[in-house]
Design a protein around this ligand. Structure first.
Ligand SMILES: [Zn+2]
Ligand SMILES: [Zn+2]
Length: 312
């Protein structure tokens, strides 16, 4: 008899409590989506739980705000699925989203250390399918809606493709960070460029082998390198190639995956390309505000578009 296989994956977003909140363009589609508001058991006695086809959302707020958030989540999910997986299929298990009013309520659920994060995705895999999807967010964090929600939702979407084996950390975080705003990515780039200048980065061959993510000292380098390496691979190939590289790298080794998928023989060549990329503004051209919308057939090309924000 086959043993039931359970994998829990927790991916959290570092808090930006005092930070800026960027404008969000997530709820601009004028077509309303079906949202059902149900009575909540919340102590305030006045709020609702929103249910849509793919989400169940608890947030102690007005009915109008809750409905807008529910529609935003559905649109983000479809957009991310089309972008990366070429499908917008309905999930078997709804994604539970809880927006906690305070850090105390948030860390009571997620445990010690979680107060340093502003959002966290929890995914449970069972026998090749996603059995549990959940996102916890902190309403007291300035960026929970504009940054943490798209980031964590991207983790949830990508878990559909990695149900047999956990997605490698560089790709999981690299892809999720591309859902962040250009301003957030600029800050990550700035930090990374300081680390490059101080010679405190990892070799790319090491980065792709860090399956469980970085140690606390290597945190900034890991995130900055993951998102810029992901950006570079999206210049060298398609989103599907990038995902296949992540899959094959785990299975057959990254040397073979690099040769088979990108026709690149040497990590030294790739490292040189990455160093040029990491000190350029090209990453910001891939941020969500400048990503091309998925075509109706689900196929996406990620040729960077020029925007008014950055010039190459
Ligand atoms: Zn309430
Ligand atoms: Zn993440």
């Amino acid at each position: 008899m086959r043993t039931a296989r359970l994998i829990w994956v927790l991916v959290c977003f570092l808090a930006n409590i005092e930070g800026w909140a960027t404008e969000t363009e997530l709820a601009t589609n004028p077509q309303p989506l079906p949202v059902t508001l149900l009575r909540s058991s919340c102590q305030c006695g006045q709020c609702y739980v929103a249910e849509t086809l793919n989400f169940r959302i608890q947030w102690c707020s007005s009915a109008i705000q809750l409905r807008e958030l529910a529609e935003t989540c559905e649109r983000l999910k479809s957009r991310t699925q089309l972008m990366w997986l070429g499908t917008s299929k309905t999930w078997e298990a709804r994604c539970e989203i809880v927006v906690h009013p305070t850090v105390v309520a948030y860390s009571r659920i997620l445990g010690p250390g979680s107060e340093r994060t502003s959002g966290c995705a929890t995914i449970r895999l069972n026998q090749g399918r996603v059995a549990v999807r959940r996102i916890d967010l902190r309403a007291d964090a300035a960026d929970w809606l504009s940054e943490s929600l798209p980031h964590e939702l991207t983790h949830v979407v990508m878990s559909e493709r990695f149900t047999a084996r956990q997605m490698p950390a560089w790709a999981d975080e690299g892809i999720a960070m591309l859902a962040e705003s250009p301003e957030k990515l600029q800050r990550r780039l700035h930090e990374l460029q300081g680390l490059i200048a101080a010679n405190r980065t990892l070799r790319l061959s090491e980065l792709v082998s860090l399956n469980n993510g970085p140690t606390s000292e290597g945190f900034a380098a890991f995130y900055g390198q993951s998102v810029t390496f992901t950006g570079l691979l999206l210049e060298l190939g398609t989103p599907e190639q990038l995902i296949r590289f992540a899959e094959q790298g785990q299975r057959d080794g990254h040397d073979k995956a690099l040769r088979d998928i990108y026709g690149i023989e040497s990590w030294t060549d790739l490292e040189a390309k990455w160093r040029t990329y990491a000190v350029s503004p090209r990453l910001r051209l891939l941020a969500r505000h400048t990503l091309p919308e998925p075509k109706s057939d689900g196929l996406v090309t990620l040729t960077p578009k020029k925007s008014g924000v950055v010039t190459d």
